[in-house]
Ligand binder design. Sequence first.
Ligand code: CAA
Length: 259
Amino acid sequence: MTAYETILVESPAPGVGLVRFNRPSALNALNSQLAAELFDALEGLDADEAVRCIVLTGSDKAFAAGADIKEMQGTDAVTMVAGKDFTEWSRFTRIRKPIIGAVSGWALGGGCEVAMMCDLLVASETAKFGQPEIGIGIIPGAGGTQRLTRAVGKALAMEICLTDRKLTAAEALHYGLVNHVYPVESYLQEAIALAGKIAAMPGVAVKLIKDAVNKAEELSLHDGLAYEKRNFYLSFATADKSEGMAAFVEKRKPEWKHR
Ligand code: CAA
């Protein structure tokens, strides 16, 4: 596998790819090198037929403490408009396999935004989510005002972005931002186990479901239902549809081809 400097890529379980942010001295702040390496690794895992679900994590202390402020300090609006700053994060949302964020410690600013780009979230009891950009005179720039509002509602998103209120793991669970909260000793194993469950499902249907559920955040109900119907019909073209229905009728376990 490609050697990276700011991330680690592992295969912790059959069908599961694991990416770890690895800039401990900066609490995994997301600089441009880390972003480039992350996109490259995710695209590699997306193309790898042996992988059917991805886990993205940081350290127990910090998932990621935001975009790298020291790198951003020297930049200006025109340079950002002229270049590709932050627009490249759309590469993350183009990954077609489910990504489970395993979050412990700080998930702040860009770190919270990356967590919210994931499809499911597993948190440790120490996880803290927030959008503290206001404290350095800027605003969230990778989805903090948009995905957070869709996830927890306008009133709470306003308070988080305007006052730098942090959400605890328990609050994040209460408001539906995360799927599960576990002790710090086990959150990563639990996330890998959840990824293993998804990896054991028929792979084409998994991709079609991820695609359709994410569309629900963007489309009207009318358009979303039409989009779902297309993916539903498409799932009838798979070998796994034939196998799954035959296995049901024959009262046996299906053997997925992921085709
Ligand atoms: N960028 C660059 N470096 C960072 C960083 C960041 N976002 N967050 C932490 N670090 C660095 C610190 O500068 C420090 O490095 P040095 O030892 O070289 O000084 C190291 O990580 C450890 O950090 P602290 O000493 O501050 O650790 P702490 O435990 O006292 O505090 C913290 C932890 C509360 C997370 C604090 O580090 C902090 O507030 N970080 C910044 C959080 C933030 O504002 N994030 C938003 C960034 S803007 C953004 O993300 C824009 C966007 O929407 C795309």
